[in-house]
Design a protein around this ligand. Structure first.
Ligand code: FES
Length: 233
């Protein structure tokens, strides 16, 4: 089963939609006005427009092109050109499983999504995209230390075997930084970063700056396909 972290919950407020990628699947992730999450194949059943370009209307997502509305069950429920027509239930998107666990959005394209446990007091820091190979990004992260904003450093503590999860810990073990890695393509890696423990505002800013420094370092390596980069998801 393929479940991947596609973003931080804080970066997808209600009535917003974003694009994500899990394996080969291009995905539209959106949140209705009630906060309900949906993850769909990013292709409108009508003419194929990316649904991530659409807009949320209550508990439906409207396609940008001709405005067809799809409810949270993925079924078309309104066609603006035929307002009195009840759309056939066969007009529906491909729906994937999504959960919000400890502030991280996890999507599965082939079964029920299951996230990873994080330290109970984890707080979101940011998501940052590395425009380089997964190896270059991971090597740069593992080879770095996280400044804690008060002169101390957190060093790499845990690299789960076969997993794209890195954990840094302070010397006293009280503070930690968890990095969840997601590879949307051969030439990019997204790091979703969370901090647990007692962090000041300066400390949180320090983690964010550390991630930018590591990204620049990774993108300077020979694995870099280009130097363009993007910040927040
Ligand atoms: S392509 Fe989406 S409504 Fe036409």
């Amino acid at each position: 089963m393929t479940t991947e972290p596609v973003g931080l919950s804080v970066n997808l407020p209600s009535q917003r939609v974003m694009q994500a990628r899990v394996g080969d699947a291009d995905i539209a992730v959106w949140r209705g006005v009630s906060g309900k999450l949906s993850a769909w194949l990013n292709r409108c059943p009508h003419r194929g427009m990316r649904l991530s370009h659409g807009f949320v209307r209550g508990e439906s997502l409207a396609c940008l092109y001709h405005g067809w509305h799809y409810g949270s069950d993925g079924v078309c429920n309104y066609i603006p050109a035929h307002p009195d027509l009840e759309p056939p239930g066969t007009i529906q998107t491909t729906v994937f499983s999504i959960i919000d666990q400890d502030g991280v959005l996890w999507v599965s394209v082939d079964g029920a999504a299951g996230g990873q446990d994080l330290p109970g007091d984890s707080k979101p820091v940011r998501s940052i995209t590395f425009s380089c190979s997964a190896k270059a990004a991971k090597d740069a992260l593992i080879g770095s230390s996280v400044a804690d904003g008060s002169g101390g450093e957190l060093s790499i503590h845990d690299i789960a075997e076969g997993s794209n999860r890195l954990e840094f810990k302070s010397a006293n073990g009280l503070n930690s930084v968890v990095v969840l890695l997601q590879q949307p393509s051969d030439q990019s890696m997204i790091a979703h970063i969370l901090a647990a423990g007692d962090w000041s505002v300066d400390g949180m800013i320090g983690i964010s700056r550390w991630s930018e420094t590591v990204r620049r370092q990774a993108e300077r390596t020979k694995n870099v396909p280009n130097s363009d980069c993007q910040d927040e998801l």
